[in-house]
Design a protein around this ligand. Sequence first.
Ligand SMILES: Cc1cc2nc3c(=O)[nH]c(=O)nc-3n(C[C@H](O)[C@H](O)[C@H](O)COP(=O)(O)O)c2cc1C
Length: 179
Amino acid sequence: MRKKVLMLSASPRKGGNSDLLCDAFMRGVEETGGSAEKIFLRDHEIRYCTGCGVCNTTHRCVQKDDMEEILRKMIEADVIVMATPVYFYSMDAQMKTLIDRTVPRYTEISDKDFYFIVTAADTDVGMMRRTIEGFRGFTEDCLHGAQEKGIIYGTGAWQIGEIKNSPAMQQAYEMGKHV
Ligand SMILES: Cc1cc2nc3c(=O)[nH]c(=O)nc-3n(C[C@H](O)[C@H](O)[C@H](O)COP(=O)(O)O)c2cc1C
């Protein structure tokens, strides 16, 4: 079965390190006959969850922005790739805002395979643990049947594009080939 792969790229920098790793992953998917859609979050309007609670009964957000369509795509995907830079030892605000806005229908994001792509200036993989834990709080603890399939650690990349010199590029490509 051909899997539907959805990539959520949360860097504010288009062509940034995590975004380049998304592209490498996507190349791997496509070269093995699959297809993937990448959503660059910054191109979309995704407002903060206001915690109003209306969606607890309606399962729809009262805010009319791009999140309704993104959430539908998450529900329809077989594979979800979540990519973020590390910002102060955590995921960035774009990614967290997206996760918060899944609340109207997060119970329908079930039985998905998940991949995480994380980039940071630090060269120590261990410093990414809080970011990974943040992802797992969403996938493992809140979603039904989520399977974590792989993580790309894009360490040692500070400037935009610096990740091109890293083995993480090849790792992302290879991972994409095996979704
Ligand atoms: C607001 C901000 C906070 C950051 N915090 C960290 C950090 O805690 N640890 C780290 O190693 N790098 C940190 N960085 C560096 C980025 O993680 C790094 O530049 C990364 O490659 C950016 O990924 P991107 O190009 O995909 O946006 C920070 C950068 C910014 C702008």
